[in-house]
Structure formats: C-alpha cells, structure tokens
Design a protein around this ligand. Structure first.
Ligand SMILES: [Zn+2]
Length: 77
C-alpha cells in the first residue's frame, strides 16, 4: 500500500492522508490503533507508516541534542 503524506502548515509536521476517506491523520491518531479514527479503515503496517509514527519521537530526540524545538505538540518520552 502506498501512503500519501502532506505537510501541516501550522505545526510543520507531516500528516498522513487516509487512503480511504482522505482525512488528515496526525501520528497521534494512529500510534496506538493502526486505523483511521474517521472511517475506521485499518491501515496496513508498512515501513513508511512506521517512519511516520516514529517521526515525532525522532524529532524530539533531535531537539534534545540540538536544543531546537520543531513544534509545540511534541510528546517527550
Ligand atoms: Zn479514513
């Protein structure tokens, strides 16, 4: 399955476009259940999807080591 991503203008974060209903999905929408909260379509696990879900975590690591904040909705672990 090929996923489509686009950039959210406000947060500067990538969002996933649901292949079924075309809603914008934030990583938080799908990090626990790999399904679209709008149409309940389950999303096939791919490397691309994993990268997307891990992206904010990786960015928070990067921010920690570089002192930069990529966005304000980052969850720190
Ligand atoms: Zn959907």
């Amino acid at each position: 399955m090929q996923y489509e991503f686009k950039k959210n203008e406000n947060t500067n974060m990538r969002v996933l476009v649901c292949p079924n209903c075309n809603e914008d999905l934030m990583y938080a929408d799908i990090e626990i259940f790999r399904m679209c909260p709008f149409c309940n379509k389950s999303l096939q696990q791919t490397g691309e999807l994993e990268d997307f879900i891990l992206e904010p975590i990786i960015q928070s690591w990067v921010a920690k080591y570089t002192g930069q904040y990529p966005g304000k909705d980052i969850v720190y672990f």
